[in-house]
Design a protein around this ligand. Structure first.
Ligand code: SAM
Ligand code: SF4
Length: 331
C-alpha cells in the first residue's frame, strides 16, 4: 500500500533514514564516546529487528527509499547482516548501505556482497597505528580493517572512507589518507567535526585547509557532477583517479535547506534533526496494539515538526548544544 509522502512544514521531502542498530561500540572515538563507555541498556529496551523492520517497511511505503545502517557499531549487534538482507528486500527500498568502523567487517564481507549491499562506509581517521589508537582508544590493528575494505572493493562494493579531521590528532595524516584512498580506488569523505556530545571538546581542521592540501599534491579538484551517497557531501574528482573526494561541512556550509533525512535510534526514537531532540518515541506504539495506520499518522506528524535547521553556530558560541552522544544517534 502506498502511504502519504513524508513532507515537513518547510516543503522538504524525507527520502533517507539512518537506522541505528545499537548504541554499543567496540571503539571509543574521542569525538564520539566517553572512554568509560556508557551505562548498559537492557536488551529489551532496544528495538528488536522485527520492530526496526516494521518501522522501515512503513517508512518505505511513505517514500523513504534509502537506508543507512549505523550504530554505535552496527556489526557489534548479532544478526546485523541478516537485518540488512531483510531491509534490502522490503518493497520500495532502493538502497541499503552500512557505516562501520571496520574492526568486525572481515568475516561479513562476502555475505554483504552476496546480499548486494549498496555501499560500505568505513570510519578510518588515520593510517598511523599510533594515531589511530589515540583516536579510537581501541587496540584494533589496522591490519584487520584494511584487508576487509580491500576485499569489499574487490567484490564490487562501493567503499567510502569517512575521516573526521581533528587538530593535534590526525591533521598530519591527511595527505597519506588521501593518497591511500585515491590510489586504492576508494571514495574519501572529510566530515567536519560537529559540536555535539564529545565533539564539543575538540577542534576540527578547516575544510578549506584540507582542500588546499589535496590540490597541492594532486592538482585542482573538479566538481564530480554526480551524486555518490545521500546528498550532503560536496564531491570532487581528481584527474587520473577513479575514487573521489568529498566534504561534509554541516557546520561551515549548512545544508539544512535540502535535508532529506530522519534517524531511527535503537531505542525507537524517530529523530527528525541531528541537532535537536525533536521527534517521536515509536517504541510505545510498536509495543501496543497500534496498527500501521497509526504509525503512519505519528510519523507524518513528527516529520511535519522537523526543525528548519541545526543551530551549531549558536552552540559553538554558547557551548550549549546537542545533549547526546553521537553513538546513540548514529551520525
Ligand atoms: N561506528 C560506525 C562508524 O564509526 O562508522 C557508525 C556510527 S558513527 C556515530 C557514524 C559516523 O559519525 C562516523 O563516521 C563518525 O566518524 C561520525 N561522528 C561521530 N561523532 C562525530 C562528531 N562529533 N562530528 C562529526 N562526525 C562524527
Ligand atoms: Fe564507535 Fe563509530 Fe563512535 Fe567511533 S565513531 S566510537 S566507531 S560509534
Amino acid at each position: 500500500m502506498q502511504e502519504p509522502a513524508l513532507l515537513d512544514a518547510h516543503g522538504r521531502k524525507i527520502t533517507y533514514m539512518r537506522v541505528s542498530l545499537t548504541d554499543r561500540c567496540n571503539f571509543r572515538c574521542v569525538y564520539c564516546m566517553p572512554e568509560e563507555g556508557e551505562p548498559h541498556i537492557p536488551h529489551e529496551e532496544i528495538l528488536s529487528f522485527e520492530e526496526l523492520l516494521r518501522v522501515c517497511r512503513v517508512a518505505a511505503e511513505m517514500g523513504i527509499s534509502r537506508f543507512k545502517v549505523t550504530g554505535g557499531e552496527p556489526l557489534c549487534r548479532k544478526g546485523a547482516v541478516d537485518f540488512i538482507r531483510r531491509l534490502k528486500q522490503l518493497p520500495g527500498v532502493a538502497q541499503t548501505t552500512i557505516t562501520t568502523n571496520g574492526a568486525l567487517l572481515a568475516p561479513y564481507v562476502d555475505e554483504l556482497a552476496a546480499i548486494g549491499v549498496d555501499g560500505i562506509n568505513v570510519s578510518l581517521d588515520s593510517l598511523s597505528q599510533d594515531h589511530y589508537n589515540n583516536i579510537t582508544r581501541a587496540r584494533i590493528p589496522l591490519g584487520k580493517v584494511l584487508p576487509a575494505m580491500a576485499r569489499a572493493r574487490d567484490k564490487g562494493i562501493l567503499v567510502k572512507i569517512n575521516v573526521v579531521p581533528l587538530k593535534d590528532y590526525n591533521e598530519s595524516d591527511l595527505p597519506e589518507l588521501i593518497n591511500f584512498a585515491l590510489t586504492s580506488g576508494y571514495h574519501i569523505r572529510f566530515i567536519e567535526l560537529m559540536p555535539v556530545g564529545r565533539g564539543k571538546l575538540y577542534e576540527g581542521v578547516p575544510q578549506d585547509n584540507i582542500r588546499e592540501m589535496i590540490e597541492e599534491s594532486f592538482g585542482p579538484l573538479a566538481p564530480l557532477g554526480r551524486v555518490i551517497g545521500n546528498g550532503p557531501a560536496e564531491c570532487f574528482s581528481v584527474a587520473g583517479y577513479s575514487g573521489s573526494v568529498g566534504f561534509i561541512s554541516a557546520v561551515s556550509k549548512k545544508f539544512c535547506h535540502c535535508c532529506n533525512r530522519v534517524r531511527l535510534t535503537s531505542l525507537g526514537f524517530l529523530k527528525t534533526c541531528l541537532h535537536h531532540n525533536i521527534g517521536v518515541h515509536l517504541k510505545p506504539l510498536l509495543r501496543s496494539k497500534a496498527g500501521d495506520a497509526e504509525l503512519v499518522q505519528v510519523m507524518l506528524a513528527a516529520v511535519r515538526k522537523k526543525p528548519l535547521a541545526h543551530e551549531f553556530a549558536r552552540a559553538l558560541r554558547t557551548g550549549d548544544s546537542g545533549n547526546f552522544l553521537m553513538n546513540s544517534v548514529g551520525g
